[in-house]
Design a protein around this ligand. Structure first.
Ligand code: NAG
Length: 305
């Protein structure tokens, strides 16, 4: 029971301005159970009273009087109180979700609005940062969450990831024989196995321009472009093939995968420009780029038998 500390004048009866639901009973019951109270000095009578507090979601609409309990009012829209309180008004829901955030909990009478990072972002030191992509050669081990960055792992043997992605896992290499094809270049952690239907190895047994010649030329191109050699060597070959005017076009620090794709594209263009002349051009370029080991294996595999 709420109890005034001393008796005085009869309590005021102030008209209630807000048409709010009155929770006096709840407050009253809580006070009876020994719940939270607060000291309150009645403005008119100057006497100290012990008023019960108001529960979460409400505020003190009218403090208790000598003979009346605290009158609690429900928080108006866009306002809240999270705890038992003796606030004269509810707090404004002042949390605004940022550009990289979304609402995790809307503003309600008992709590402020709460935000979390939008999909694709995670919280770090008070900011929402983008989930990092896993670079080529690595795949997603654990996808990022609103609270944690992406976790990457190097692609284990037999798998690859050719792209930079925050969602893709390492994919198994395709099985050329199971597809009824021939393995042209084994897969690495950076690229898939490259298959071909060119069964005319060595290429000299395929009539130039005849059926199958195009597929076999494509196989030579893949074979050269996706050799497991350093970026420096790949770049040298690219420069020899592209000609002197292209020397400055490629930044040396470009990733190897990009260089391989560029080299493949360049070889495909050379093939298109001069049908049947690719072989001689390629072997010459390999020699000029001092890639004698690769020149040898290209000859062995595709030409000399
Ligand atoms: C590829 O497929 C063939 C036949 O389907 C199978 O014998 C072989 O083990 C497979 N290779 C790999 C690496 O899975």
């Amino acid at each position: 029971m709420w109890t005034p500390e001393r008796r005085g004048a009869p309590p005021l009866t102030r008209p209630s301005a807000l048409p709010t639901l009155l929770l006096a009973l709840a407050a009253h019951t809580a006070a009876a159970a020994g719940a939270l109270t607060y000291p309150w000095r009645d403005a008119e009578t100057r006497e100290w009273l012990v008023c019960s507090q108001c529960p979460p979601g409400t505020f003190v609409q009218r403090p208790c009087g000598r003979d009346t309990p605290t009158m609690c009012g429900v928080c108006p829209p866009r306002h809240y109180t999270q705890f038992w309180n003796y606030l004269e008004r509810c707090r404004y829901c002042n949390v605004i979700c940022g550009e990289r955030e979304e609402e995790a909990r809307p503003c309600e009478a008992t709590h402020n609005r709460a935000c979390r990072c939008r999909p694709g972002f995670f919280a770090h030191a008070g900011f929402c940062l983008e989930h990092a992509p896993c670079p080529p050669g690595t795949g997603v081990a654990v996808p990022g969450t609103p609270s944690q960055n992406t976790q990457c792992q190097p692609c284990p043997p037999g798998t690859f990831s050719a792209s930079s992605s925050s969602s893709e896992q390492c994919q198994p290499h395709r099985n050329c024989t199971a597809l009824g094809l021939v393995l042209n270049v084994p897969g690495s952690s950076f690229h898939d196995a490259l298959c071909t239907s060119c069964t005319g190895f060595p290429l000299s047994t395929v009539a130039p321009g005849g059926p199958g010649a195009e597929e076999c030329e494509r196989a030579v191109i893949d074979f050269v472009a996706f050799q497991d050699i350093s970026s420096k060597r790949l770049l040298r070959l690219w420069q020899v093939l592209a000609g002197p005017e292209a020397q400055s076009l490629v930044a040396p620090r470009e990733g190897r995968t990009d260089l391989q794709l560029k080299l493949r594209q360049l070889l495909a263009e050379l093939r298109g420009a001069q049908a049947g002349a690719l072989g001689a051009r390629l072997l010459g370029a390999l020699r000029e780029a001092r890639l004698s080991g690769l020149e040898r294996s290209v000859r062995t595999r595709f030409w000399v038998h």
